[in-house]
Design a protein around this ligand. Sequence first.
Ligand SMILES: Nc1ncnc2c1ncn2[C@@H]1O[C@H](COP(=O)(O)OP(=O)(O)OP(=O)(O)O)[C@@H](O)[C@H]1O
Ligand SMILES: [Mg+2]
Length: 339
Amino acid sequence: MSVKPPSRVVLFDGEVDLQRGLLERGGETFRLTTREVSLLAYLAARSGQMVSFDELLIEVWEFSPAVVSRAAYHTARRLRQKIEEDPSKPRHLLTVHGEGLRFEPWEEAAPAAPASTTPTVEPVSSLPAQLTRFIGREALLDELASRLTSERLVTLVGPGGVGKTRLALAAGGRLQAAGALPGGAWFCDLTTRQGRAGLHEALVTTLGLRQVDDDPSVRLIRLADALAAHGACLLILDNFEQLAAWSSDLLPLLQRAPELRLLVTSRVRLKLTGASALELPPMDPEEGAALFLERADGAGGASWARPGPASPPDRRRCGAPSTGPGSCSPPGSRRRWSA
Ligand SMILES: Nc1ncnc2c1ncn2[C@@H]1O[C@H](COP(=O)(O)OP(=O)(O)OP(=O)(O)O)[C@@H](O)[C@H]1O
Ligand SMILES: [Mg+2]
């Protein structure tokens, strides 16, 4: 063989140590036969090129050119059962026109794959600009920003309307302003998303990726790789509560994108290993009053009786439950008091 074979081969969901003949996939180790290792090593040394069955029989099996055999074909089939996630749709070990085999390693296969997504690596921000000023919550904002600098998965939990989204955006904005997110920050609104596919679709759209692979595990890897390409970045996942069953899908993102930080807002606590949860209480009465008055002004407050500057809002008149930021609903604010 003229080209030196690699010592390891990276697969879509695993890795082969060619020297030891071991395949690691999904946390398990499998042993390859000597022939399987030789075949894989030979093909991997010519990644991306078709190698004829005739050449394989001579070079790997050391048969004489006169021998007719399907040995290479059968070994390739057995190898596919081990290294391919779906042997009927191989990603790595491909038969070419029945004449030979071609090996596609994962790193090279990824950008060329038909369903591939193309990450943009410039710093980006999809944090929506706020039309109103951020009121109060200084200690909580400090706490959240500091957790996001030291931890990679933070959940912000509280009832509907308490101010989670607003605080999450303020914390993201603060980190960006401090230059802590050179890779960018994204805001992903999950309010109307349902199920695992809904979660993935929202992520693909938010990250501006072009296509979605049909296979959920591939989609996750594509998403994680796109995020990893951005380096230090933040993804805010807003209103995650109805997707709580799929929260474990966030872990591969963190595993494959080592500089990614996730800030997840939810009305319910999420069962997520390693997540740091911050509970958001209602605003204190003064801040609540300030918010109420600002919104009343913004919505043409002339028709609203305005209490003196230090007076708390009149809860009986507002008639709203006591879960919101200021305990009563500012006119014009989106409010879902269901939690
Ligand atoms: N600190 C704040 N400063 C200014 N406005 C705020 C603040 N906190 C909340 N608000 C406003 O109160 C309203 C409700 O807040 P927000 O949407 O953040 O609640 P939420 O907890 O995310 O609710 P939900 O669970 O329904 O998504 C919004 O109009 C928001 O802009
Ligand atoms: Mg919200």
